[in-house]
Design a protein around this ligand. Structure first.
Ligand code: PEP
Length: 254
């Protein structure tokens, strides 16, 4: 099986409903080519999930994602969003463990493991984010750091379940900074992540898992990044808010 190549948009906490609708309309009006092994995913703010689902839900090779969900099934968790709620509106993807959530909302590796579990138990695909801060990169300890994130949040999964997870490597020093990892730095880390997966689950399983790069992906660097053998597309913040940019990023998938 050829693993999926994915362009995922992360709108974060941006745009009004009207601006979000306009952006989707603009995107749909532009020529784009999604081949059979390719997919575009839109992680929109929670209040816009149904709007996005209505506009994009019936499009082939296109999916809508939540930016977060909670680790519990239901109950007295005011303000949180359950996996069952996402399922009930037809949303089958969720971004988990984005560095902004880890940093500002104290999401830990074990807490994310719980979120991963409830998603997989309910047929929702997690887009699991990992990646090191600048001081770890400068100390040359990025593999150890990302290895621990994988270990503590994912490696309790069965081989069957790990193939249902999408991994996004996002070095924190490259997110929203305009500073992109070089294609060599991205490939090096993606190869490491795939080797860790192979070590844990075998090569055949590791080869099925999509590993996206995130961190200042733009139309101008997407082709080179996505051309790397272990880079299976991107998770895109800033550039996903500009229709021309994001369409070009979709068209850069291999
Ligand atoms: C992100 O939010 O996941 C991201 C990579 O942001 P940006 O593309 O703006 O760096």
């Amino acid at each position: 099986m050829m693993r999926k190549q994915i362009a995922a948009a992360n709108w974060k906490m941006n745009l009004t409903l009207q601006q979000g609708e306009q952006l989707i309309n603009d995107l749909l009006a532009k020529p784009h080519s999604l081949k059979e092994n390719q997919q575009a995913i839109f992680a929109v703010p929670a209040p816009y999930l149904m709007m996005a689902q209505e506009k994009l839900g019936n499009k082939e090779r296109v999916a809508v994602a939540a930016q977060n969900c909670y680790s519990k099934k239901s109950g007295a968790y005011t303000g949180e969003i359950s996996v069952e709620m996402l399922q009930s509106i037809g949303v089958h993807y969720v971004v988990l463990g984005h560095s902004e959530r880890r940093e500002y909302f104290n999401e830990s590796n074990p807490f994310l493991a719980e979120k991963i579990d409830i998603c997989l138990a309910n047929g929702v695909t997690p887009i699991f984010c990992c990646g090191e801060p600048l001081q770890i990169r400068e100390a040359g300890k990025q593999n150890e750091f990302v290895g621990t994130q994988l270990n503590e949040s994912l490696f309790h999964l069965s081989a069957a379940d790990i193939t249902k997870v999408v991994i996004a490597y996002e070095p924190i020093w490259a997110i929203g900074t305009g500073k992109t990892a070089s294609s060599d730095q991205a490939q090096e880390m993606h190869a490491f992540i795939r080797a860790e997966l192979a070590h844990q689950y075998g090569k055949e399983t590791a080869d099925q898992i999509s590993i996206l790069y995130g961190g200042s992906v733009k139309a101008s660097n997407a082709v080179e990044l996505f051309a790397q053998p272990d880079v299976d597309g991107g998770l895109v913040g800033g550039a996903s808010l500009i229709a021309d940019e994001f369409v070009a990023i979709i068209n850069a998938l291999k």
